[in-house]
Design a protein around this ligand. Structure first.
Ligand code: DC
Length: 250
């Protein structure tokens, strides 16, 4: 497959954030998007969209070629605006369905396959070619945008990460036993780190931030201060105009 270069326009600002589940990447990246006006890209949601389509259509999650065919057939598309990234299957906005435990279980299988990853990476680079972005995931600093202007590895203690995820689920009305969630998150960490293609790694040059005991706003402000050309945080409020609402189709 022909991949666009990761560099795009040299005046672009690309903030790449990687880290394990529950580190606070989505909340922080959305805040950074609001503070800077850069487009927020939730790459986990892209993998989750395909996983949801596979579950809904009964596609065998273990068969890479079936998933690849599904990606062409299921009319998966993504739309973004400042601080918001939405996933569509056809005309249906499925964003709110992407964080069930069922999708959590399926996505770590789907995200293992090189051809699935290649498709996602191509779209992710496409978005960053035409927009300033705050893009978060697992392979953004290493594979998608290795020459990003700012690279962050965001982490938190395991117990804190499980606690955050548990609260999210309870908030959504899901009843999940703590020990089960702990086991599932440990399995997801294991899958993320040991995946052959695009594993979660700390690249040299990434600033490591531990969000344990910090609020999302504190972390977002730290990131904005690190951002090239923004050594003070005068940008709070409605943000700039460096990204525009847009969409892309698989
Ligand atoms: O960030 P998240 O929990 O929504 O990510 C969902 C899954 O997708 C997670 O199991 C790891 C995978 N993922 C990935 O492999 N590469 C990315 N860039 C983003 C997410």
């Amino acid at each position: 497959m022909d991949m666009p270069s990761s560099s795009g326009n040299s005046s672009r600002v690309r903030i790449a954030i990687d880290g394990p589940a529950g580190a606070g990447k989505s909340t922080v990246a959305k805040m950074v998007s609001h503070l800077t006006g850069y487009v927020y890209v939730d790459t986990g949601a892209m993998y989750r969209g395909l996983a949801l389509a596979a579950l809904e259509r009964g596609v065998d999650l273990e068969r890479e070629e079936d998933l690849e065919a599904l990606s062409e057939r299921c009319d998966l598309s993504f739309r973004w605006d400042t601080g918001d990234f939405r996933v569509y299957l056809g005309a249906r906005d499925v964003t709110e369905k992407l964080h069930s435990r069922e999708v959590d279980g399926a996505v770590k299988v789907v995200a293992r396959f090189p051809r699935v990853r290649q498709l996602m990476v191509k779209m992710q680079r496409g978005i960053a070619t035409f927009n300033d972005v705050v893009m978060e995931g697992r392979d953004i600093t290493s594979v998608v945008l290795p020459d990003a202007e700012l690279k962050i590895y965001l982490t938190a203690e395991f117990r804190e990460r499980v606690r955050r995820r548990w609260h999210e689920m309870v908030h959504r009305g899901e009843d999940v036993p703590w020990d089960d969630l702990k086991r599932e998150m440990a399995a997801r960490d294991e899958a993320d780190v040991n995946r052959k293609t695009g594993p979660l790694v700390r690249v040299s040059g990434a600033v490591v931030i531990d969000s344990t005991g910090k609020t999302a706003r504190e972390v977002a402000l730290m990131i904005v201060k690190l951002c090239p050309g923004r050594n003070s945080v005068q940008c709070s409020g409605s943000g700039g105009s460096r990204g525009c609402p847009g969409s892309i189709r698989a």
